[in-house]
Write a protein that binds this ligand. Structure first.
Ligand SMILES: C[S@@+](CC[C@H](N)C(=O)[O-])C[C@H]1O[C@@H](n2cnc3c(N)ncnc32)[C@H](O)[C@@H]1O
Length: 302
């Protein structure tokens, strides 16, 4: 059973509203249906609800480059067999390849994201034999126990419903002595954008399934690592503001990197209208700064 209530930072009225929705989702059984949640997320990152996902790199590269650089700087990848889970368009994957690894396996639940990752890596001219791409769910990896020296999970944990089983699965495929390195959405991550997005939503299309984004504090991530039996654990939380020229640009960043998966129940003919309404709200309220709150965690398999 995944976490029920949403614990990210938000104004009190909206937090109550979100958690009331989570409660309804629990009563109706939607909160327990993790496969439906994953499907929504997969559809979102496949561009089913919005074209914005095709602009992930255009609007999100600077943000994810900053996080990926920080995540990889503490990890030795040289001549290692590395797994990048939820690789997205390959922002971290390309940095891993620069470290002359023995092998890199990129996996993502979204075919669209994975295809983009593949194209970018091919364009850089890396040897085909060095890399594999697989469309997979992080919680069900078809790899043998103890297969990898390093496993990365970069800004993915918060969009998967079962956190402990995800970290357990990543640890299973890691060899003893190998390193797991993750970055996770902290409680204040995107809080201004989430607040504005919730204020403009046509609420009847969103109530009833839970708020499928689960930020984690540093201690929560630490506890997940401890429960999984990892050792030599190190965590760090970093906070900064991403600044945009205007509200429209801030919205574009939010929409492109989040995939707007919560538009699932919105009739397809209303999605564009909803997008424009929210974008106009960002602009009129001058939402030009968005919090980035990221928890980094490293551990070693016993
Ligand atoms: C915010 S993006 C991060 C992508 C990439 N790691 C980066 O740093 O740019 C989240 C990614 O997680 C993927 N994802 C979501 N749920 C997943 C799951 N259950 N298993 C594997 N990947 C998943 C999405 O398709 C998306 O590419």
């Amino acid at each position: 059973m995944p976490t029920l209530f949403w614990t990210g930072k938000l104004s009190l009225p909206l937090k109550l509203m979100v958690n009331f929705g989570c409660l309804i989702a629990w009563i109706t059984g939607n909160a327990q249906n993790t496969s439906a949640m994953k499907q929504r997320m997969k559809n979102g990152y496949n561009g089913k609800y919005s074209e914005y996902i095709h602009h992930y790199d255009e609007f999100g590269t600077s943000h994810y480059t900053k996080i990926s650089k920080k995540l990889i700087e503490k990890v030795d990848c040289k001549e290692k067999k590395v797994l990048d889970v939820g690789c997205g368009t390959g922002i971290l994957s390309l940095m891993i390849l620069e470290k002359t690894v023995e092998k890199l396996i990129c996996v993502d639940v979204s075919k669209t994201m994975l295809e983009k990752c593949k194209q970018k890596i091919k364009a850089e001219g890396f040897n085909d034999g060095l890399i594999e791409f697989h469309e997979l769910d992080a919680e069900q990896l078809p790899f043998d126990d103890n297969s990898f020296d390093v496993v990365f999970l970069n800004m993915v944990l918060g969009v998967i419903p079962n956190h402990l089983s995800t970290i357990t699965e990543l640890t299973r495929v890691l060899r003893p002595g190998g390193t797991i390195a993750i970055s996770a959405h902290g409680p204040k991550h995107y809080m201004e954008a989430i607040e504005a997005g919730l204020k403009t939503m046509t609420i009847r299309y969103f109530f009833g399934h839970r708020f499928e984004f689960w930020p984690k504090g540093e201690n929560e991530v630490l506890n997940l690592f401890i429960k999984t039996g990892l050792k030599d654990i190190h965590t760090e939380r970093i906070y900064w503001m991403d600044e945009f020229k205007n509200g429209r640009e801030a919205f574009d960043f939010f929409a492109a990197t989040s995939s707007l998966w919560w538009y699932e129940k919105l009739p397809s003919n209303l999605r564009e209208k909803e997008t424009e309404k929210t974008r106009a709200y960002f602009q009129s309220k001058m939402i030009t700064s968005i919090s980035s709150d990221v928890v980094f965690a490293y551990g070693t398999k016993q």
